[in-house]
Design a protein around this ligand. Structure first.
Ligand SMILES: Cc1cc2nc3c(=O)[nH]c(=O)nc-3n(C[C@H](O)[C@H](O)[C@H](O)COP(=O)(O)OP(=O)(O)OC[C@H]3O[C@@H](n4cnc5c(N)ncnc54)[C@H](O)[C@@H]3O)c2cc1C
Ligand SMILES: NC(=O)c1ccc[n+]([C@@H]2O[C@H](COP(=O)([O-])OP(=O)(O)OC[C@H]3O[C@@H](n4cnc5c(N)ncnc54)[C@H](O)[C@@H]3O)[C@@H](O)[C@H]2O)c1
Length: 443
């Protein structure tokens, strides 16, 4: 006999949490299911643990910049201690989250969920029926389809490493490779990144060029090639890309992620897919089963970022509770790359704005002499802002250097809420802060 629920979420990450709590607050009988400890990628295997560890990197980078400028002595990263610091945040997450669900009367299930009918989900020998369900199963590493694929570890395992291997090779050169390469190299590992074509393709090419000296300083080798094979002899792994071969003690998958929907038996749930993605309406509802919605990385509707998962979930809840027809608005969603120094972007790339035929002015430059960089003895500080002629609308902001990850939010706020370049220029920001550079960047 199936247990009946108004709302069942598959997954316990950001998207599921936001949706389940809002549905429970509205008095609905809810269930949440995960086969891993509760908390999802961001809190347990992504953003948060990564940034806990980046804190160690930031401290060491600050020391290196200021050495001989009033700072002396020797400083290094103790990987095991940094891991323990990270775990002081991550370890309590699952228990805290379960307790919060319990307080709200949400039923919690542990195990892999799959559809058993258009209004049925099973977890082992338990069967749940639902009025509405949310697929919030996140993303998983994209299968590479190469020999030796099983020899690679994924980002989850990298963030759990008890000791730091001496020689690490990353397959792929996007967000994960750049962030982890900086962390590992600063902690003492020799790092190589294999990326076919340009590294950090999601970012403005000029800001990436300005960032590159930080990779060089850390001795990170970047190889422009497509990995086609990984082999193992004893404890040595060899990464092959055509004629190129690099040996390492660890090889990490950093070659992109895809929606984790393969094991859900979507056919049984009458949930249609199109080219490996869920076929969804603009309101994030399954095109084939109106009882089922999706959000976050599993929906792959917006960029695969935590704030998008949360926003998607709110859109779904509104559509279930009030049938408002609301669709997600991804305008002005910023994204930061937590290298040291960081880089960030929001809005269009220059190439995208040109392809769209927009009439705009580019305000760009590398300014290591500006006070925000000078006071930190940081050589990397640059911006590229795209401002529409006539309206002053910010079309895109691309930043690199200290506090780029914070400053980008000002441009995101402007883009989302219709503030233009003059509004930013006429705002008095606290001085001296990165925000107080925003007006100067706009010329
Ligand atoms: C290493 C890394 C670093 C990142 N850093 C950032 C960052 O700095 N900033 C940022 O904005 N984004 C970052 N991201 C992306 C961000 O983590 C994701 O966009 C976000 O966590 C997605 O949330 P979600 O709720 O959609 O899915 P998830 O949080 O991935 O939750 C999905 C859950 O579903 C469970 N699940 C899957 N299948 C089933 C099943 N069949 N049955 C039961 N449970 C199932 C999984 O175990 C998982 O817990 C990072 C990602 C990674 C991998
Ligand atoms: N700071 C953040 O916000 C953050 C951090 C980490 C991850 N994420 C999210 O997670 C997602 C996945 O991150 P990611 O770094 O795995 O993916 P990514 O899409 O950023 O980069 C993957 C790169 O790997 C390359 N590649 C693929 N196969 C290859 C091969 N065989 N050989 C050489 N290169 C190959 C691709 O060309 C691509 O440039 C991102 O899209 C991002 O949204 C975000």
């Amino acid at each position: 006999m199936a247990e009946a629920f108004d709302f069942v979420a598959i997954g316990s990450g950001t998207a599921a949490q936001v949706a389940v709590h809002q549905m429970a607050n509205a008095g609905k009988r809810c269930a949440v299911i995960d086969y891993r400890p509760y908390g999802g990628t961001c809190a347990l295997r992504g953003c948060d643990p990564k940034k806990m560890m980046v804190s160690g990197e930031e401290a060491l980078a600050a020391y290196r910049r200021m050495k001989g400028k009033g700072i002396k002595g020797s400083v290094s990263i103790d990987w095991a201690d940094l891991q323990a610091f990270k775990r002081s945040f991550t370890d309590p997450v699952p228990e805290k989250q379960e307790a919060r669900y319990e307080r709200k009367g949400v039923a919690t299930f542990h195990g892999a969920a799959r559809f058993a009918g258009p209004d049925r989900i099973v977890i082992g020998d338990r069967e749940l029926s639902f009025s509405h369900a949310l697929i919030a199963t996140g993303a998983e590493p994209r299968p590479l389809g190469i020999e030796g694929e099983e020899l690679l570890i994924h980002s989850d395992a990298f963030l759990e490493l008890k000791t730091l291997p001496d020689r690490i090779v990353f397959v792929g050169g996007g967000y994960i490779a750049a962030e982890f390469a900086h962390l590992a190299a600063r902690a003492g590992a020799k790092v190589t990144i294999f990326q076919r074509g340009r590294i950090l393709k999601a970012f403005d090419p000029d800001t990436v060029d300005w960032l590159m000296p930080s990779f060089d300083d850390l001795g990170i080798e970047i190889v422009d090639a497509e990995v086609d094979r990984v082999t193992k002899k004893g404890s040595v792994l060899t990464v092959h890309a055509g004629d190129r071969r690099i040996e390492g003690s660890l090889v990490v998958h950093a070659a992109g992620r895809i929606p984790a929907i393969g094991s859900l038996d979507l056919e049984a749930g009458d949930v249609a897919c199109d080219a490996g993605r869920l076929a969804l309406t603009a309101q994030l509802r399954s095109q084939s089963n109106p009882k089922v919605f999706a959000a976050g990385d599993a929906a792959a509707n917006g960029p695969p970022l935590t704030p998008v998962s949360s926003n998607d979930a709110k859109v779904v809840v509104e559509n279930i509770l009030d049938d408002t027809g609301r669709t997600p608005n991804y305008r002005g969603v910023p994204s930061a790359l937590f290298t040291e120094p960081p880089a960030a972007r929001v809005g269009m790339l220059e190439s995208e704005a040109r392809e769209a035929g927009l009439d705009f002015t580019v305000h760009a430059g590398s300014h290591p002499g500006w006070f925000s960089a000078r006071r930190l003895n940081e050589e990397i500080y640059g911006h590229k802002l795209l401002v529409e002629n006539g309206t002053g609308r910010i079309l895109g902001a691309h930043l690199v250097g200290p506090d780029a990850d914070e400053l980008v939010n000002i441009f995101g706020l402007a883009m989302r809420h219709g503030l233009n370049a003059d509004d930013i220029k006429s705002t008095m920001f606290a001085y001296p802060t990165a925000a107080s550079d925003a007006g100067y960047m706009l010329g």
